[in-house]
Ligand binder design. Structure first.
Ligand code: ATP
Ligand code: MG
Length: 318
């Protein structure tokens, strides 16, 4: 059975190498979902949030902040999630505060393998299953995951916990989370790369790993792809002008600059193909935008491009 379009899945996880545009793509997707009338929560998994810079809101640290109508942003950080978890479990606020301030607490949350990811996934699970007046609080959750390795660990946290816990209520809970995270009707993973060899390789490897773990990879996004107003057919004419001693220096420089855009676009198109072939996934292509500051219209432009890209249709998805 074909997988549903990405926009129909309740939980979308955006993953990729550091700095490739995960936060930007997650924000563009969340904005598009909210525009379609879905009450959407954009979750940035990070101690320091960049979402505020994208939408020009207050930092969405302690509670969801409404960034646009129907679009709420929240930052989830493992240490804060841990404090919250402990305060619910222990019900003794001063004790939790004392523990949280201690260096040992910090060291444990940093060092225990998989603990940060597990607590973070638990928090996302709580948000995904939250119900108010008999209906889910959030129609869609878009998770802006940490860079590849940590992002993968986050997606695998439930399976790791289930394996560790053996049997009992913790194992049952981990099992329930894992079933949803793996189900292509509920969850979709989006892998982001920029059109550069290293990012494409990392994305390809991450997709192979995720498929091996049965995770529902839905599509890839090639972000910040350069285009040129000139086609490859113009290149010869431009080269001639650039090399023509009879042409003025301004003309030669302009031809050189135009050629650079043709070469840049050709390079990026090759990397986009490599991304699609390597991952065996449909690739949504996002352009470089001039300005992403709040109010510049940049994020709206990317959102419109993403939401109309056929790659989101789920064709070829796992
Ligand atoms: N399509 C684009 N056009 C122009 N600039 C972009 C585009 N996508 C992202 N950027 C810029 O690139 C930078 C990195 O983007 P972003 O913060 O989304 O990456 P990230 O993958 O979330 O990074 P990190 O791994 O640090 O969380 C930002 O300054 C962002 O504004
Ligand atoms: Mg980011």
């Amino acid at each position: 059975m074909p997988s549903p379009p990405l926009t129909d899945r309740r939980l979308v996880v955006v993953l990729g190498k550091g700095g490739v545009g995960k936060t930007t793509v997650a924000a563009a997707l969340a904005l598009g979902l909210a525009d379609r009338g879905h009450r959407t929560l954009l979750i940035e998994v990070a101690a320091e949030t960049r979402t505020a810079a994208v939408f020009g809101t207050a930092p969405p640290v302690d509670a969801p902040v409404e960034a646009r109508p129907g679009l709420f942003a929240l930052s989830v950080d493992a240490e804060r999630a841990m404090q919250e978890y402990l305060s619910i479990q222990l019900k003794v606020r001063p004790l939790v505060e004392m523990m949280s301030r201690s260096r040992a607490f910090h060291q444990v949350t940093q060092a225990a393998p998989g603990l940060a990811e597990l607590v973070t996934l638990g928090k996302i699970w709580d948000l995904a299953t939250a119900v108010r007046d008999g209906r889910p609080v959030w129609d869609r959750l878009v998770v802006d995951a940490p860079a590849t390795g940590h992002g993968l660990a986050l997606l695998q946290a439930a399976a790791s916990m289930r394996d560790l816990a053996g049997s009992g209520p913790i194992s049952d809970q981990a099992d329930a989370i894992e079933r949803v995270v793996r189900h292509p009707a509920a969850t979709g993973v989006v892998v982001v790369a920029i059109p550069e060899e290293l990012a494409v390789t990392e994305a390809t490897e991450a997709v192979t790993l995720m498929r091996g773990h049965g995770l529902p990879v839905a599509c890839a996004v090639a972000n910040a792809v350069r285009t040129s107003p000139f086609g490859p057919g113009d290149a010869d004419a431009l080269r001639q002008v650039r090399a023509d001693p009879a042409a003025g220096s301004a003309e030669r420089a302009a031809a050189g600059a135009a050629l650079a855009t043709v070469d840049g676009a050709a390079h990026d198109a090759r990397e986009v193909r490599a991304l699609g072939d390597g991952c065996a996934l449909p690739v949504a292509v996002l352009p470089v935008v001039a300005d992403l500051a709040p109010g510049s219209g940049g994020i709206e432009q990317l959102s419109a491009a993403l939401m109309t890209d056929p790659a989101l249709g789920g064709a070829g998805a796992a």
